[in-house]
Design a protein around this ligand. Structure first.
Ligand code: GLN
Length: 374
């Protein structure tokens, strides 16, 4: 279908604001919390990141689709975002190693997307008014109909979503003969985290989000990993997850947590999380490592964060990284054991590789714990 034949599409925000655009392809209606990502590239990694499950992605980059898609650039088994809002959608792509075009990729996943939206104005609106639910429609529903549907959509606050994206059965990743064994809990794990472990001589067993500590232990891992994932971290508390996390921390083995995993470490130690005003999502968020005093440009995707005052008062937790834009907690460690976590994404897919050293520290901790001189 030619661009000029694209149907009219509409976006309605929970506060009643309406934006018009054009349907990219699939017809239908999609709901979710709208959030903006400021990365200029990396759309395929973002769309397949399970942490975005249940969210409508607003991409602030001027062009989407211009470099096509490639199966190597996925971070899970498929598209996880609930819907897409963009400015210019490229129906033509150009890149030597692209396998297909973005439109076909979105159509296969039945993803509803609208283009030609004034994304600058929309992003400024969310920045000023905070994260909120939204509905996008490409099938001609009236604004009143959409507003009524939007009333039914639950708030992201209190929403448990890990169970929707976590693996149902344990699986392995990497080389079985690798030096280190890592037991990972999958709250919505990104594949690039597993690749980062594999590159560092680790063999990973990935478990469902509700695994018991007794089952985890059976693998005889050298270290534990708590993954990223969608939804409100506090909602996982009701499912017994915090009890498992506490047991993991008490095992005395090296532990590494990323994003949701980091938030769960905090919650398990009595430090609360809160819903941020509009969250951090992009590939150029500045973070300071308080130990080295070096800055890192980081990849981020979160709408909740750890309460800094509670962390500062905690006897056994220490702030290690701080977000330089707003002073929020970007990383922490436990004082009496090799447990550390970050709110951002050191596997950075997409994003700069400044923070990959965190994987090296975790492997180093496992090396020390093994008492080897490898
Ligand atoms: N990337 C993540 O793990 C996100 C964690 C959590 N869902 C949040 O939005 O804060």
């Amino acid at each position: 279908m030619e661009y000029t034949e694209r149907k009219k599409a509409v976006l309605v925000l929970k506060d009643g604001t309406v934006f018009f655009g054009k349907s990219v392809g699939v017809e239908g209606t999609a709901v979710g919390e709208i959030c903006f990502n400021t990365g200029m590239t990396g759309y395929q990694e973002i769309f397949t990141d399970p942490s975005y499950f249940g969210q409508i992605m607003l991409s602030t980059t001027a062009h989407l689709g211009n470099y096509g898609v490639n199966e190597d650039e996925v971070d899970s088994d498929g598209i996880k975002i609930a819907g897409l809002v963009c400015k210019n959608f490229s129906y033509y792509h150009s890149r030597p190693n692209s396998e297909s075009d973005l439109l076909t990729y979105l159509e296969k996943a039945n993803l509803i997307a609208i283009s030609d939206v004034d994304t600058r104005a929309l992003t400024a609106h969310i920045r000023d008014n905070g994260a909120m639910n939204a509905i996008i429609s490409t099938d001609g529903k009236s604004i009143d109909e959409l507003k009524a549907l939007l009333e039914e959509v639950p708030s992201m606050e209190g929403l448990e979503l890990s169970s929707k994206v976590s693996t149902k059965e344990p699986y392995f990743f990497g080389n079985p003969d690798a030096t280190y064994k890592v037991a990972a809990i999958d709250f919505g794990i990104k594949t690039n985290i597993l690749r980062c472990f594999e590159e560092r001589d680790c063999y990973v067993k990935v478990y469902p989000y509700n695994v018991s500590f007794d089952t985890l232990k059976e693998f005889g891992a050298d270290g534990y990993f708590l993954s990223n994932g969608p939804g409100d971290p506090q909602a996982l508390a009701n499912l017994g997850v915090l009890d498992t996390v506490s047991k993991v921390l008490d095992a005395g083995m090296p532990v590494f947590g990323i994003c949701l995993g980091h938030q769960l470490i905090g919650l398990s130690q009595g430090v609360n999380t809160f819903k941020m005003f509009s969250g951090h999502r992009g590939v150029n968020h500045p973070v300071m490592n308080l130990d080295s005093t070096q800055g890192e440009i980081t990849s981020q995707n979160h709408g909740f964060a750890i309460n800094k005052e509670e962390l500062d008062k905690h006897a056994n937790l220490e702030l290690t990284h701080v977000h330089l834009n707003d002073g929020t907690v970007a990383g922490m460690k436990m004082k009496d054991r090799d447990v550390f976590s970050v709110q951002y994404h050191p596997e950075s897919s997409p994003g700069p590789h400044d923070s990959r050293y965190l994987f090296d520290i975790f492997v180093d901790n496992m090396k020390k714990a093994k008492g080897t001189t490898l």
